[in-house]
Design a protein around this ligand. Structure first.
Ligand SMILES: [Zn+2]
Length: 373
């Protein structure tokens, strides 16, 4: 246990002091999970009190006063070589345990990480420094234009998203929100056009955006459905799956976000269950940045989305929304019925960074759900 000191930062004067002090604790920028909300969301949040940061065996707690510079130095020392000297670092100081630390993930499939392994400590450090387990105080109320953070738990969790910013209003009052639970006895069963997948080996960049691991995709990848061609923009992951089928969640889900020329979104959800290793996830995880707001380019043409698709491509179809703020509606959802597999270690690596990043299911409000026979 390392002990360091931190003044009680009730005012943003102190926050500004921290920011200007050349700490190396930087405000970062990130993107929301879905492309319609590509704008800076993450900033340095400094709240206060007991728990500063804990990374495996390296714990740092606050007790009394010290300069911000010392805080930064000691955090870096505590994290050891897992943080490069000039790496962006999002410092989260809160009353609560950081997200995923000391609390069981909401799904029972999450493994107990090997506490002693260096990889675990590094991953944990990234999760703690990147995970936005924060409150809105520093941003919303200081009048200095700081962004409000949204999270998957705590006081800025999904139940409050609609109140965090006017632009997030639909999260609270929207009537066609995602994700949903799909009840097979309640679907419109009949013929449905197949989704035409036209995916080719592509360049891609793996981004840790503080909410998930996202892969920004370049190149020629599109689906054709309902007479329109939608280009693949990015895909990202949630654990557990946001979608439920008969109230069952899967270990994870990949959301493949496509956009057509009119700017309409079509998301293909690929459900993931534990089993054998997935070749595409293997490549993505290899280049996964552990730090929030960091990005790593994959080698040329390495990404082949066909490696993620199940053999049976029948799907459920419904209209819904982005599952992250601003929860914009008008999104065409297609959830592939057949899950694909990922290995236990692939699952574990993601959940060490993001133990639980799924929005709860939303009311159907009478929306029809089509199910291909
Ligand atoms: Zn998503």
């Amino acid at each position: 246990m390392r002990t360091l000191t931190l003044p009680q930062p009730r005012s943003f004067t102190f926050l500004h002091g921290l920011l200007l002090c050349g700490l190396g604790l930087w405000a970062g920028t990130t993107r929301a999970n879905d492309p319609a909300s590509e704008k800076p969301l993450e900033k340095l949040e400094i709240l206060n009190k007991k728990k500063l940061i804990s990374a495996g065996t390296a714990d740092v707690s606050t007790t009394s006063a010290a300069s911000p510079k010392e805080v930064g130095k000691q955090v870096r020392e505590a994290l050891g070589s897992s943080v490069a000297p000039n790496k962006k670092l999002t410092l989260v100081v809160s009353d609560k345990e950081p997200a995923g630390h000391g609390t069981a993930p909401s799904h029972s499939a999450a493994p107990t990480p090997p506490q002693s392994s260096r990889a675990y400590i590094q991953a944990r450090a990234a999760a703690l420094t990147g995970h936005a387990a924060v409150t809105a105080q520093a941003g919303a109320s200081n009048g200095h234009g700081d962004e409000v953070h949204w999270t998957y738990e705590g006081e800025n969790g999904p139940q409050t998203w609609g109140r965090l910013k006017p632009e997030f209003n639909l999260c609270a009052i929207g009537k066609r929100q995602s994700p949903i639970n799909i009840e097979e006895g309640n679907t419109l069963l009949g013929p449905a056009e197949p989704i035409q997948f036209n995916y080719t080996p592509s360049n891609a960049t793996v981004v840790n955006n503080g909410h998930t691991i996202q892969v920004d995709v370049q190149g020629d990848n599109a689906i054709t459905v309902r007479g329109s061609s939608y280009r693949l923009v990015q895909f990202h992951f949630h654990s557990p799956s946001e979608e439920q089928v008969e109230y069952k969640r899967f270990a994870m889900v990949a959301h493949l976000v496509h956009k057509n020329d009119e700017g309409q979104l079509a998301v293909v959800a690929v459900l993931l269950e534990q089993g054998t290793a997935n070749p595409l996830i293997d490549k993505v995880w290899t280049y996964m940045p552990l730090d929030a707001n960091d990005r790593v380019r994959m080698p040329r043409d390495m990404l082949n989305m066909n490696e993620l698709l199940p053999a049976d491509q029948r799907y459920y179809q419904f209209m819904g929304s982005l599952t992250t703020p601003p929860c914009s509606e008008g999104v065409l959802w297609m959830v592939l019925k057949q899950p694909v597999q990922l290995s236990k270690s692939q699952f574990r690596l993601f959940t060490q960074l993001y133990p639980s990043n799924a929005r709860p299911v939303q009311p159907l409000n009478g929306r029809p759900v089509r199910e291909a026979q």
